[in-house]
Design a protein around this ligand. Structure first.
Ligand SMILES: O=C(O)CCC(=O)C(=O)O
Ligand SMILES: [Fe+2]
Length: 323
């Protein structure tokens, strides 16, 4: 059963128009209200249909989740044997790197391993084509990030607070700095037993950033390069990446915020797909099992309006360049 409830947000579009033209003014600070991310439905019959509409990109950049209730990503009957939490090794996800073809985080060997790699690789290629058509301004500009298969039930899964994705958060990768690039993710619920994936959606990025700004600390000069030298990170951690990680942690660690922040719950039914800038959209995954996910990195220069990116919003708040 697909259920979505919206928290009333008054004059949202007018507010964003205001933000665009007058960001930083004292009046803006006074009239700003927290806005909960909205669901924007994209009608599309098949994965290879033609969804191009400039409205999708504007909605996504404003913090909406694009919801595609279209026909399910096709899983072959022979692939159903892979649908068991046991295929994931110690980690909760099986991951795939499209650039190297390397599969990680699974205990499978031999034919089953090849079958799993084929499924994830096929999903990755389909996700890339779909995003290219859905968001044409990003096509030829985005980099492929990791692809993942998530076979473990989320509800009741043990984890540290920092790794607990049932807490509202924005995405930030501790070991893989993005230097301001956007984290765009496409999720597909491939649950074969008719179960939804349940998320919470929280307030808009600027509200989150303003709320936690007094707790954010700029990293010490040189610390980003040191982290790379020590192989803690794969590249230098920019001040932007350091602040995004702090934001991620501060949100998750704050029980009061988790309970009281403006939020809404949504069930993504099996067979549905959704796309969001998860570095911007405050989200929490509450329940569900069996999901495929593709990450894309999008340069801010490819956006219709880069002022809406976490990079530019944090730069305005901190009053300095962050990459
Ligand atoms: O698995 C999900 O549905 C989303 C979890 C999440 O928040 C994440 O991977 O960042
Ligand atoms: Fe997340």
């Amino acid at each position: 059963m697909f259920l979505v409830s919206f928290v009333v947000c008054f004059g949202r579009d007018a507010m964003f128009a205001w933000n665009r033209t007058r960001t930083g003014s004292w009046l803006h600070d006074i009239i700003r209200v927290a806005l909960v991310s909205r669901i924007s439905t994209v009608e599309l019959a098949t994965w290879d249909g033609d969804p191009a509409s400039p409205g999708h990109m504007a909605a996504l950049e404003a913090g909406d989740v694009l919801f595609l209730p279209m026909s399910a990503f096709a899983v072959a009957p022979s692939e159903l044997r892979l649908f068991s939490p046991g295929v994931a090794a110690a980690a909760k996800n099986v991951s795939f790197d499209t650039r190297t073809g390397r599969l990680g985080g699974t205990s499978l060997e031999g034919a089953d391993r090849d079958c799993l790699r084929d499924l994830i690789a096929r999903f990755s290629a389909a996700a890339s084509r779909l995003v290219g058509r859905l968001l044409p301004a990003y096509r030829d500009r985005f980099e492929m990030g990791r692809t993942s298969f998530r076979p473990v039930e989320i509800a009741g899964r043990a984890s540290s607070w920092r790794k607990d994705d049932t807490r509202l958060h924005i995405d930030s990768f501790p070991a893989t700095p993005v230097h301001g690039k956007r984290i765009l993710r496409l999720f597909s619920n491939v649950n074969p037993h008719g179960r939804a994936r349940t998320w919470r959606l929280g307030e808009d990025f600027e509200s989150v950033a303003r709320r936690f700004a007094p707790l954010l600390r700029l990293p010490l000069p040189g610390s980003g390069s040191l982290l790379r030298l020590l192989h803690v990170t794969k590249s230098r951690r920019s001040p932007f990446d350091a602040l995004m990680l702090q934001l991620h942690d501060r949100m998750k660690a704050d029980d009061g915020y988790q309970a009281a922040a403006p939020q809404t719950q949504i069930d993504f039914p099996p067979g549905s797909t959704w796309v969001a800038f998860t570095d911007q959209v405050s989200h929490a995954a509450m329940a569900g099992q069996y999901q495929l996910e593709q990450t894309f990195l999008v340069p801010v220069a490819a956006m219709l309006d880069e002022q809406r990116s976490p990079l530019r919003i944090l730069e305005r708040l901190m009053a300095r360049p962050l990459v």
